[in-house]
Design a binder for this molecule. Structure first.
Ligand code: C5P
Length: 243
């Protein structure tokens, strides 16, 4: 019998692969496209953030969607309601699956209105993980801890009907307690055992992230900077399947 082609048959199901969102944190569409092509069937869901979005990333998003991939636009929108609503409507038309907005009540309401009738899901960013209690005071907030503000905004996100929350895996259980079982929890800060932490401070392995209740894991550098991005993505997908 002739050798089987690449081991696509042994990859976990599409549903499992969709749990891994690969962050295309790269400076150009050419570099991002090269990584996507190397990852092949192991990657089904890609995140495009500021860096790539403003360097041609929206066209890449359209192309990936046309190829059957899912796209998470990590644009962290925040503006007056009308502008957010119309911006979200454009993102919905583009065919993206996930979009982030900052968890200000007015912004979240506008985003929920803008995605109406589409399959786009809105994720709220409660408090940026680079902010601590002192950064909040410096930004003009009355004394409130970052943890309190995360909890308050997660509750508001649930009430307003936002589809999910982005948070560190280490916060996932607490956030799940606030938003309930039906909202998505998407967590960055994931590192396979042995991978470099980089600037991430609160890291967990892919299996731990899933066990803590994350629906999707966002992983960028451990895959896109790997010598073999496909092998790196496959290893994480298998770990997710095992969890
Ligand atoms: O390379 P790494 O796996 O650390 O990348 C994580 C991705 O998740 C990056 O795109 C980063 O911007 C994003 N992210 C994060 N922490 C947050 C929100 C988003 O690391 N709180």
């Amino acid at each position: 019998m002739s050798a089987m082609p690449l081991n696509q048959d042994s990859l976990p199901s599409r549903d499992i692969r969709d749990k891994l969102i690969i962050g295309l944190d790269l400076p150009s569409v050419a570099e991002a496209r090269a990584v996507v092509d190397r990852i092949g069937e192991a990657g089904t869901f890609y995140k495009i953030g500021y860096q790539l979005a403003y360097a041609g990333g929206f066209e890449l998003a359209r192309a990936l969607i046309a190829e059957g991939k899912k796209v998470f636009l990590d644009l962290k929108l925040h503006d007056i309601g009308n502008t957010v609503e119309e911006g979200v409507r454009s993102v919905a038309r583009l065919g993206a699956t996930l979009l982030t907005v900052h968890a200000y009540p007015q912004t979240m309401r506008a985003a929920v209105a803008g995605k109406a009738g589409s399959s786009l899901k809105i994720l709220a960013v409660t408090v940026l993980t680079s902010y601590d209690d002192n950064d909040l005071i410096e930004a003009g907030y009355a004394p409130v801890s970052a943890a309190e503000l995360v909890a308050r905004r997660a509750a508001q996100a649930r009430e307003i009907g936002v589809d999910g929350i982005v948070c560190a895996a280490t916060e996932a259980e607490r956030v799940r307690g606030i938003v309930g079982p039906d909202r998505l929890i998407v967590t960055p800060g994931i590192r396979p055992a042995g991978a470099e932490a980089g600037d991430q401070k609160r890291i967990v392995t892919p299996a731990e992230g899933i066990r803590l209740g994350a629906d999707h894991l966002v992983v960028a550098r451990p895959i896109v900077k790997a010598a073999d991005p496909r092998a790196a993505a496959e290893a994480i997908v298998r770990e997710i399947a095992g969890a």
